[in-house]
Design a protein around this ligand. Sequence first.
Ligand code: NAD
Ligand code: UGA
Length: 468
Amino acid sequence: APVKVSKICCIGAGYVGGPTCAVIALKCPHITVTIVDLNKARVDAWNSPDFALPIYEPGLEDVVRQARGRNLFFSTDVDKAIEEADLIFVSVNTPTKKSGVGAGFAADLNYVELATRRIATVATSSKIVVEKSTVPCRTAESMRTILEANSKPNCRFDILSNPEFLAEGTAISDLFSPDRVLIGSLQTEEGINACESLKQVYSNWVPEERILTVGLWSSELSKLAANAMLAQRISSINALSAICEATGANIDEVSHAIGYDSRIGPKFLKASVGFGGSCFQKDILNLVYLSESLHLPEVAAYWRQVVEMNEYQKRRFSKRVVDTLFNTITGKRIAVLGFAFKADTGDTRESAAITLIKDFQSEKALVNVYDPQVSADQIWLDLQEASPLSTLESIQKQVHICKSALEACKNAEAVVIATEWKEFKDIDWEAVYAGMNKPAFVFDGRLIVDAEKLRKIGFTVTTIGRPS
Ligand code: NAD
Ligand code: UGA
């Protein structure tokens, strides 16, 4: 019969493990949830008395305030949490490999493997091990082999795949009412029982018909497939934005018109300066690698193009800035508004802003950056990583971090909107204009400003997906 889960351990207190398991704790007061991480600073931040949490996510603080200390705990004592739990989420990072076989494409499974081995070593009672991280197909199979090879008598491991579909910035509402929860298991009696145990956890707040149960490999592939299809929509609309700029069509009108088709649907059709975030590119490259390993080169090429189109979109946008500013931005000050990869998050992983700023740096421009959530330390870290041959000192000669949009725009020749923060829509554009050098340019990489209004003030406005 299915085990009734009363203690959960989550390995990895990041963007996924933290919010996901905090919500489980909130919705299941009868279950004790312990989220562990090797990174002490991160755990300390989760435990901070004034709730200065390590990640910014609307609604998260409220969830943690309600559950922390009640049935939600954060700790660095990984072994103790593993030993006590009957169900363990593995929610560690799976970045793209930087070296070795599959470098630049394949997922680095070292963290998943280390966590799995730790479970195998420490556990003295049976556990349900849940793969929450996004992983290539068949990873659950490897995890199972490691666990079984190391298991002790009377100690069995069942493995489930339960990929996470939350988006940053809306994580809490996505977790409160998910489109679906996906659970993959072996189709054996034990596998189906383990699946039922996890299903009972989610049933505390997710309607039965939204909990889908499938085979392990289908579950793993569905996660990669969902991200690939979402990213493909953005690359498709961005490809069309280039046609709009060349012809006079308006990409917002095109999105609106095609989104009305109920088979296409209106969501996720916003043209942009390019998608960012820790997962889209990584997961597609993972799919490309998988396709190549399976000797399916045409399939690999198809998905690779989604990432290539995204690179093209970013390059195209920075080139348009240079072209519009009379073919040179040397010594010119450019205000970049937004550094996070999307609004309502402080996450900067793969943010398009990083690429743009790097392009402006190589054109010898001066760059002012402002983001309402990203810390200065994080910006310096990202810019240094993007230009490993430059010293921080030399980067700081070109780039300044500002405390407000208005400050960033002061004495600038151009404003570039890289992230769709709501506050950029509501800026006092008259004041911005007054403080800028003339002619004053605005480049809207997120289709958020009212171009006509800005033109009336005096700005020259360039928008993605509209002719200049
Ligand atoms: P993250 O880097 O924010 O968090 C991972 C955490 O795991 C880190 O804090 C790290 O210190 C910890 N960790 C690594 N190895 C460990 C070990 N052996 N023991 C204990 N702790 C360990 O990553 P994330 O953004 O939370 O992503 C985690 C996974 O979820 C990835 O596979 C990602 O693809 C997937 N995912 C992410 C999102 C998202 O929006 N960020 C959404 C869905 C799925
Ligand atoms: C994405 C997926 O939406 C989640 O379902 C998934 O769980 C997650 O990846 C993951 O696996 O990590 P996330 O990257 O957090 O979530 O955020 P999105 O809202 O998907 O945005 C990704 C990027 O696409 C952002 O840079 C965003 O600005 C851009 N985007 C999004 C567009 O340019 N246009 C759109 O219409 C939508």
